[in-house]
Design a protein around this ligand. Structure first.
Ligand SMILES: Cc1cc2nc3c(=O)[nH]c(=O)nc-3n(C[C@H](O)[C@H](O)[C@H](O)COP(=O)(O)O)c2cc1C
Length: 194
């Protein structure tokens, strides 16, 4: 872990997987929130990260993925499995984006937390913080079959079936405060002098 050793601001890696772009937007929003607090952030797509990315060189790592057919993106699972030892040593956090998280009642939303628990169990990762994020229905990005499927599912849940528009359920304040809260894990303990 490098940034704190030489007295400079902490460095944070934000690595995400995203199929229709919402998780990428969440990751970018976290980057902005962290940069506004003076942190240095590297943002990478798990499906296309540089081969020489040194996860252990960051002071903290945030990983995010979205749910499709009940699972998070495979490249994110692989990224976490490959780097699990570093992630378990460093301050780390995981967020999971889904439509289950946008459901109306706590009982309906409960499986969204189950997705996180399953992911952590299969990867062996024990992050310091986790966040369930309500995603988006992006009819404009779906092909014909996917649009029909998502409209059908929406008809049985949110009722947001107008395929001429997109629907976004993400709580951006929650996203930003999660990132800021994570950053406090990286700060030197109060009373330590430089
Ligand atoms: C084909 C498809 C399958 C999905 N499956 C699930 C699912 O099983 N559970 C769920 O909660 N959300 C599901 N979603 C909703 C996505 O998690 C949600 O749209 C999220 O915002 C996608 O994020 P992304 O744009 O970063 O990929 C699905 C979406 C699509 C398009």
């Amino acid at each position: 872990m490098s940034g704190l050793d030489n007295g400079s601001e902490p460095t944070i890696l934000v690595c995400y997987g995203s199929s229709e772009g919402q998780t990428a937007t969440v990751a970018r929003r976290m980057r902005t929130a962290l940069e506004n607090e003076g942190h240095r952030v590297t943002l990478v797509d798990a499906a296309a990260h540089p081969a020489d990315l040194e996860v252990g060189s960051f002071d903290g790592v945030i990983v995010g993925a979205s749910i499709h057919g009940g699972s998070h993106q495979r490249p994110v699972t692989e990224f976490v499995r490959t780097n699990v030892d570093v992630l378990n040593r460093a301050p780390s956090a995981f967020f999971s984006v889904s439509l289950t998280a946008a459901r109306e009642t706590p009982a309906q939303r409960a499986p969204a937390r189950g997705y996180i628990e399953e992911f952590l169990e299969t990867t062996g990762w024990d992050p310091d913080a986790t966040l369930v994020v309500a995603g988006a229905l992006k009819y404009s990005q779906y092909g014909r079959l996917k649009r029909l499927l998502m409209r059908f599912l929406a008809g049985r849940s949110s009722g947001d079936t107008d395929t001429s528009r997109d629907y976004e359920y993400t709580d951006w304040e929650d996203v930003e405060s999660f990132a800021r809260e994570f950053a406090t894990l990286l700060e030197p303990p109060t009373g330590s002098t430089g």
